[in-house]
Design a protein around this ligand. Structure first.
Ligand SMILES: NC(=O)c1ccc[n+]([C@@H]2O[C@H](COP(=O)([O-])OP(=O)(O)OC[C@H]3O[C@@H](n4cnc5c(N)ncnc54)[C@H](OP(=O)(O)O)[C@@H]3O)[C@@H](O)[C@H]2O)c1
Length: 240
């Protein structure tokens, strides 16, 4: 008997999250696509099951996982994230460091994903390879930091990368076939990248679907040896 897969996408309304929902909802090997977002999505595709999730609210994350606790999960993709809002943009100088901005960015990019780990890791299937992948960013690499700036976003992704590494170490004991990854999607056309698009060299801006297809290849090829790493869309392992 062929067992079909269950997939979770957190941040299903974002550009990259939505592209993953679309792909998996057409994948014949997938039974359910559990799509989590602040605002529920509606779809005629019966595979897509939408739930509320506010990544800044621990109870919401716990309730979200509770909804699907009877389904062993093959792949979880966490595609939430924040870089700017109507109230703030990424800091260009120390003069712009601000408590509320940094707290917000850390809440969405670091603490929320850590809590996703807490409540969703127990749902990962154990009999075969499963993947928990977080959209992170190259700018979270300390060794790669040549330009400075973007204090909150950089630090939030650096901390996320550390949490991913920690998850991988704990999972070696509790679920040895599970792989945890940070993913660098390239520069992708989305609300998050909108203010910075003009700085991107021609041909270097991916559509969400292009990035997704490259990341799907990374997820497919990845093995337990890569667990805990930050991997780029082209397979490059990015140094911490
Ligand atoms: N785009 C790029 O060039 C790029 C480059 C490197 C890394 N990344 C990373 O890739 C990920 C996805 O980014 P994207 O480009 O797809 O951006 P996006 O289109 O702006 O999507 C961001 C997602 O995060 C969700 N979100 C924000 N706050 C939330 C909250 N409190 N609770 C639940 N969801 C929340 C948004 O939900 P709403 O729809 O409700 O607002 C949206 O679904 C992020 O982690 C980002 O850091 C992107």
């Amino acid at each position: 008997m062929i067992i079909k897969k269950n997939v979770v996408i957190v941040g299903a309304t974002g550009a990259i999250g939505k592209a993953f929902v679309e792909y998996y909802s057409k994948d014949e090997s997938v039974d359910n696509v559990f799509a989590f977002s602040r605002k529920k999505i509606s779809s005629e595709n019966r595979k897509i099951i939408s739930f509320d999730l506010d990544i800044e609210n621990q109870a919401s994350i716990e309730d979200a996982a509770e909804n699907i606790k009877d389904h062993p999960i093959d792949t979880i993709i966490v595609a939430t994230g924040i870089l700017h809002s109507e109230n703030f943009g990424p800091e260009k100088s120390v003069r712009e460091i601000n408590y509320s901005t940094m707290a917000k960015v850390m809440a969405v990019n670091t603490i929320g994903p850590a809590l996703i780990g807490r409540y969703f890791i127990p749902l990962l299937r154990k009999d075969t390879k499963s993947v928990l992948a977080f959209l992170s960013a190259r700018v979270g690499s300390i060794s790669d930091n040549k330009l400075g700036g973007w204090y909150s976003y950089r630090a939030s992704k650096t901390a996320l990368n550390q949490i991913i590494k920690n998850f991988s170490i704990e999972l070696k004991r509790t679920n040895p076939k599970a792989v945890v990854l940070g993913l660098q999607p390239g520069t992708v056309d989305s609300n998050l990248s909108e203010p910075f698009k003009k700085n991107v060299a021609k041909g270097k801006l991916f559509s969400p679907e292009q990035s997704r297809d490259l990341l799907l290849d990374v997820i497919e090829k990845t093995t337990i040896e890569n667990s805990g790493n930050l991997i780029a869309y082209d397979g490059e392992i990015i140094s911490p």
